[in-house]
Design a protein around this ligand. Structure first.
Ligand SMILES: *Cc1c(COP(=O)(O)O)cnc(C)c1O
Length: 475
């Protein structure tokens, strides 16, 4: 067989060559972008091109332009945000998803995309040990997964109250009360906003020092709601990694006829490990779960999963039907579980990652990240003036510098230390406000991050802190 000369060949070869160069050198040099956004915008700004150029030439220009503004999120010393490393198996599968040009809307449109997505769905349910009858929608991330699950919840609670929200909308509908932990992720509130449930029209339940819901406060709020509520729980708080106590909270919510949704963007992956699964014990008793592929599963962006126990409720909230879109009778139709119709075939990357790592590989990776987080916590916490604020149960660390100073001085020292760590560029970590104070967040999530990477990064963090502290002492 001879290869067909196709314009794609040259462009893809060049893309592959640049991709290999980038990834081969990713752990060298600055671990932050060389140029910030304003500088990149100035670099990229150009008038609308009148005439076109060859595809391969476009790739050369793109690489030349973009490289200084790339963040090494796929590197081994990237700890900023909970960002997976775009694993090679997923990246390569995702390239094929584009090159094959499959529209994953419908099983007639792409039998391959839909079949692999269906297989990946059942693998996911088994990996995360969630009810096997659940439906899975392949969305862009946990933000959309939360949105889809909350839509199913809203419509089903209203349906039970005799109201068809999908057909008749929300005007005049009975109220849906929402019960949510005070430290839920911002994107859950976005979902409530998009769905007409309101960000502020909720009962916020007090949480403990780790950000987990206080069961007594939860019981008090539940006793006060007037109709079966939509309850939002969390597996893996964005800063601390804390889990709500599902085994205690879910039965309380069940007794009130609630729909129980769990945001488990990364924390749900503790379920893949026999050793860590106990952290999320009882989570399988909920009604819906949002999780990400592009965090702990390491798929490239964008990939998330909206999982709903009652597949019919899921489909009622999301189905698009039209006579020109015939499904395959009795078979799963991907468009019934997501808000989009046309979309990329995300199932290929999910299938590829689970196939590549296997259940054992995923469990080992998750366990290793937790061990590395605990190792970093031990070394950081040993340093005078440095405090690890959270209980490191998962892959998350919350670190405060200058905790022995006044709150304002601690904030200043923490922010100065983060800025110095970022400028040094040996590793990358960011800041956040946690319980009213500035902290540094560390998320251990790189699939190939080693003990040596963790140790080297801690040394860089401590060097930055010591420099900031001696500067502060000299002031
Ligand atoms: C990351 C995250 C989200 C949002 O997920 P995206 O993938 O960014 O859309 C929601 N909840 C939690 C707990 C998260 O960690």
């Amino acid at each position: 067989m001879t290869a067909l000369p196709h314009p794609l060949a040259d462009a893809l070869d060049r893309a592959a060559s640049h991709a290999k160069t980038f990834r081969a050198g990713i752990d060298d040099g600055l671990q932050r972008p060389a140029l910030d956004y304003p500088a990149m915008l100035a670099r990229a700004a150009a008038p609308l091109p009148e005439a076109g150029i060859a595809a391969a030439e476009v790739i050369e220009q793109l690489v030349e332009l973009a490289t200084p503004g790339l963040h090494k999120m796929a590197g081994r010393r990237f700890f900023g945000w909970v960002i997976g490393n775009s694993h090679p198996a997923g990246v390569a599968a995702d390239w094929l998803a584009s090159a094959w040009g499959q529209n994953a809307a419908n099983p007639q449109a792409s039998p391959a995309a839909c079949a692999l997505e269906t297989v990946a769905s059942s693998w996911l349910l088994e990996l995360l040990d969630l009810p096997r009858e659940s439906s899975v929608g392949f969305v862009t991330g946990a933000t959309l997964a939360n949105f889809v699950c909350l839509a199913a919840a809203r419509d089903e609670l209203l349906r039970r109250a005799g109201w068809d929200a999908a057909a008749d909308g929300l005007f005049g509908a009975p109220p849906v009360e929402v019960v949510i932990g005070a430290e839920a992720h911002a994107t859950v509130f976005s979902g409530l906003q998009f769905l007409g449930l309101g960000r502020n029209r909720v009962h916020r339940v007090a949480t403990n020092a780790q950000g987990a819901i206080l069961p007594e406060a939860f019981a008090t709020v539940l006793a006060a709601v007037r109709s079966p509520p939509l309850v939002v729980l969390q597996a893996g708080q964005i800063n601390s990694g804390a889990f709500d106590d599902f085994a205690r909270l879910v039965p309380l919510a069940r007794a009130r006829g609630a729909w129980i949704h769990v945001d488990g963007a990364f924390g749900l992956w503790a379920r893949a490990s026999m050793r860590l699964a106990a952290l999320a014990a009882g989570v399988e008793l909920a009604d819906s779960w949002a999780t990400d592929g592009h965090k702990w599963l390491q798929t490239p962006y964008d990939g998330g999963f909206a999982i709903v126990r009652d597949a019919a409720a899921h489909a009622r909230a999301m189905s698009t039907t039209a006579s020109y879109l015939p499904g395959v009778a009795g078979e799963r139709d991907p468009s019934h579980f997501v808000p989009e119709l046309s979309r990329r075939a995300r199932g290929f990357a999910t299938w590829a990652l689970i196939r590549h790592l296997g259940r054992a590989g995923i469990a080992a990776m998750v366990e290793r990240h937790v061990e590395l987080a605990q190792r970093m916590a031990a070394r950081l916490g040993h340093e005078p003036g440095v405090t690890v604020v959270n209980e490191v149960v998962l892959n998350q660390l919350v670190v405060r510098f200058g905790a022995d100073r006044t709150p304002a001085e601690g904030d200043r020292l923490t922010r100065a230390t983060i800025a110095r760590i970022q400028a040094d560029g040996e590793c990358f970590a960011g800041g956040a406000q946690w319980h009213g104070a500035w902290v540094m967040r560390i998320s251990v999530i790189g699939f190939d991050t080693t003990e040596a990477d963790a140790d080297r990064s801690v040394e860089a963090m401590l060097r930055a802190w010591r420099a900031v502290r001696s500067g502060a002492a000299a002031d």
